[in-house]
Design a protein around this ligand. Sequence first.
Ligand code: ATP
Ligand code: MG
Length: 149
Amino acid sequence: MERTFVMIKPDAVQRKLIGKIVQRLERKGLKLVGAKLMTVPQSLAETHYGEHKERPFYNDLIAFITSAPVFAMVVEGEDAVNVSRHLIGATNPTEAAVGTIRGDLGLTVGRNVVHGSDSVESAEREIALWFDEAELSTYALPEDVWVYE
Ligand SMILES: Nc1ncnc2c1ncn2[C@@H]1O[C@H](COP(=O)(O)OP(=O)(O)OP(=O)(O)O)[C@@H](O)[C@H]1O
Ligand SMILES: [Mg+2]
């Protein structure tokens, strides 16, 4: 079973979209195994988005992500990284398919509602960065037998 890191960004928290976004992940069959509302420390934001350090939008991105609370999550399920990226949609909400989180709930790339790890390696790195092991729960759900063969 795969795990990935998904973060509801400050824009969506302020727009009171946490419940709607969590519902989209849950209704797909993904299982929440960790979640917390938090204001992101500068150092965590810089480490998380380290790969974008040289990009022109980097400073705005760090300022935005630290500007108000985010809702950080670890979700688990079959092919969770790919599945959650598909649910989230393309980086630019104007190009994200209708039916995706960004396609339905966002309008601009700098306010694109949610983050999801882009590979299994990124997911492992980001989960370790954002969560302590004790904050993650392994548990069974009765409906698991109806989600998986
Ligand atoms: N051209 C851009 N202008 C402004 N912001 C951008 C631009 N490209 C990316 N960003 C911001 O930086 C974030 C990280 O970009 P990345 O290329 O990793 O896209 P992503 O993997 O789809 O998004 P995320 O990592 O947040 O899930 C984007 O989600 C977006 O908020
Ligand atoms: Mg990314």
